[in-house]
Each structure stands twice: as C-alpha cells, then as structure tokens.
Design a protein around this ligand. Structure first.
Ligand SMILES: [Zn+2]
Ligand SMILES: [Zn+2]
Length: 244
C-alpha cells in the first residue's frame, strides 16, 4: 500500500491553517525539490543527465537563482547548454533554406521545433514535484472514500484555491464510488464557495480600512487578507500568508 505513506502529509495539510491545503503541500514539495537540486545531488550523474536534458521552467529557474548556490546553478546550466548546443547542431538544417514548399520544409523543421517544444515544456523541478503531487491527490480521494475523520476535516477546512478546486472537481468521479462522489462534490462546492466568500469579505474590509471613516475600526481578520487572497486566486503562497 504505497498510498499509506502519503496519508500523513495529506492529513497534516488539511489540518493546517491555510487557504488551500493543496497549495501548501505543493509548496513543501517545491521547497524540497529546490533544496534537493541545489544540494550535493546536482553533482550526481543521474540528476545531471536529467537537468542537462530537460532544463528548468522560468518559474523554477528564478527559485533556483534565489537559492544563492550560484556555482551549482552555473554548473548545471553550463552542461545543459552543452547538451542543447550539441543536439541542435545535429538537428538543425544547415543546408540551403528552400522556398516554402509546404511538404518538405515542414518535416525538416519539425526536428528542431519538436526538440525546442520539449525543452520549453519540461522542467526538472516540476517533474520532481508532480510525481509525488499526483499521489497526494490520489491519497485525498483514498482518505475521503474510507476515512470518516478525513471527510470531516475536509468539510471544516478553509477551502481551496480556484485552480485546485477545479482539479478536485475534475478528478473526483475518477476516484470515488458514485455515492461518495456525490457527497464529495457537495462538500467541495460548499467549502470552496463559502471560503471564497469569506476571504472576499475580508479583502473588502481590508480595502475599507483605507477609508478615513474606518481608520479607527479594528482590522478584524483582514490584515493579511491580500496575501491570503493571492492563494485563492493564484495558488501563490508567500510568507505573509502562512503563519497567521
Ligand atoms: Zn491551491
Ligand atoms: Zn518548473
């Protein structure tokens, strides 16, 4: 039962005080993947073979840069460039560029185009995250199917960001038995919408506080309403939003 391994992080995330437990799990996976990649493992051959081949997406290259291991990142990008140059040299048509004949040109260019598309759409960090992330999602449904306590936990949670609400909405029928799926959808819709409205209202109070008439009123829960809103709308957890 591989899934059993993941019940702990999933339960912990659903217990945490956060606007989306799935964002929270993803953030932890991301932090771990960055630390792993910038730790000693970037000198290991199998890791480097992968990073040379697929590189990083722009979101994660920025995170890696922030990590401050400049030498590690430079070494990784150097050999990634070596590989890109070598592969493109092999694939690129160095011969004459013929007039745009619809049939021939297309196939000649497709090697380079396909190669670049692949690099553009792949990322070592994203792949590391996604392997475990997908199993976390499976675990959510496994727990919802079988565990009464978890079902209550979900119902009492602070809901989800819009993107992860959509993911659960889409995946539920594939994982749950019909009765459970119906119950899940009801809970999911309720918990998502109720908490969207709660944060929307807190954000509204945050904006009201800029009005001189409310200047002496209490902040209530609105002081960090903006970073918490950014979780709901953009799945973005920054440090201002976590420790409330
Ligand atoms: Zn989320
Ligand atoms: Zn990435």
């Amino acid at each position: 039962m591989k899934e059993k391994l993941y019940t702990i992080p999933v339960n912990e995330a659903f217990q945490a005080d956060c606007e989306c437990p799935i964002c929270l799990m993803k953030k932890t996976l991301e932090d771990n993947a960055i630390d792993f990649t910038m730790g000693p493992s970037y000198m290991e051959d199998d890791v480097r073979a992968e990073t040379d081949k697929i590189g990083f997406c722009s979101h994660h290259i920025e995170k890696l840069y922030e990590n401050q291991n400049r030498l590690g990142l430079a070494l990784m990008l150097k050999t990634h460039m070596d590989k890109t140059i070598k592969d493109i040299e092999k694939l690129a048509n160095t011969g004459k560029v013929s007039s745009p004949s619809l049939f021939k040109k297309k196939t000649e260019l497709s090697g380079v185009k396909a190669y670049i598309d692949h690099i553009d759409n792949s990322c070592y960090i994203c792949e590391r995250i996604n392997n475990t992330f997908n199993r976390y999602i499976d675990t959510i449904f496994l727990l919802y199917q079988n565990d009464d306590e978890f079902r209550n936990k979900l119902k009492q949670s602070k809901g989800f960001c819009t993107s992860h609400y959509g993911l659960l909405y889409e995946e539920a029928p594939k994982h749950l038995k019909t009765d459970r799926a119906e119950d899940f959808m009801k809970s999911l819709n309720f918990v998502y919408l109720e908490n969207m409205k709660r944060v929307r209202d807190e954000l509204e109070w945050f904006t009201d506080k800029f009005d001189y008439r409310y200047v002496n009123e209490p902040w209530k829960n609105s002081k960090d309403a903006l970073p918490r809103t950014m979780i709901k709308t953009n799945s973005l957890i920054n440090k201002d939003a976590v420790s409330k």
